[in-house]
Design a binder for this molecule. Sequence first.
Ligand SMILES: CC(C)(COP(=O)(O)OP(=O)(O)OC[C@H]1O[C@@H](n2cnc3c(N)ncnc32)[C@H](O)[C@@H]1OP(=O)(O)O)[C@@H](O)C(=O)NCCC(=O)NCCS
Length: 285
Amino acid sequence: MTPTLHIATVGDDAFVPAPVCDTAPTVREQLHRLAPARLREIDAQMTSAPHTLPAPVVGRGIDLTLLDRLTQDLTLDGLPAVIRRSSRARQLGYLGGRLCAETALLDLADRCEVLTAAMTAAMNAAIPIGDGGAPQWPEGVIGSIAHTRDGAWAAVAPGAACARLGIDSEVIVDEAGCRDIVAVCCTPRERRRWFELADPLRATLLFSAKESVYKAIHPQVKRFVDFDEVEMVGIEDLAGTLCLHFRATPEGPLAGRIPALQVHARVVGERVHTAIADLQDRGTT
Ligand SMILES: CC(C)(COP(=O)(O)OP(=O)(O)OC[C@H]1O[C@@H](n2cnc3c(N)ncnc32)[C@H](O)[C@@H]1OP(=O)(O)O)[C@@H](O)C(=O)NCCC(=O)NCCS
């Protein structure tokens, strides 16, 4: 079904007629048609993602308070129905994540000689919601999206260069949040080894690292992976690196199928940003 696009002129934005198209429009395309000056402003405010991401991974970020201000009077009818029916906060997270992803894909296409013409064309298609909520990336590309209440980020890479990619961002929890993470998201061994004393920063790092792992491995394992199936076996506080491995559990043997994963963490203000980027071939940048 061809999605409809509500057209409006906003302020001094020039009116651009909607094209007839068979595929869902990207968020950038919808904004370009509704309010091109706003899209230019959003582009000007787009930052690099704060996650630790090695080349050729490209990461982008956007402040959701700003995005809210720039889009609150616009109706983007080309969004998935489930998002149009959602709260404004959910819509903003979706919009911000998709905008970051689409912008990162365009940057990747600009930089990366390994992308074929077909892949470059796919860069201009919307990123649908796929299995289990995972974004459905264009063929030949992998990526990951994260958002908090006030920020959204995305990272993308050529699939030929990167086997797994997952990012996550979390606001550092308070003591009650720390207790919840230790109770719900930790294995018995993690509780004994890392949380003899309450440590909200470490708890947030562990939680975020596991969320990054989930996003990174979901395209491969294609099933829900519980928090006790993966275990933190090392943390280098200074280097910001966490090592996680898979435990043998009744749900299925991930141990052996997936190697131990290194998660890189950065703490910026009140937020933690974690990332896994498993490079296959550094020569493809
Ligand atoms: C899916 C999940 C990881 C998302 O994390 P979150 O903190 O709720 O939300 P975030 O803002 O960090 O990330 C949301 C984005 O994750 C992405 N995402 C959702 N499901 C995903 C999946 N199955 N695989 C990869 N990415 C997924 C989406 O892009 C989503 O944003 P969008 O809906 O706007 O596209 C989390 O809700 C979840 O289900 N966790 C339980 C499983 C788990 O973490 N296990 C840990 C052991 S491996």
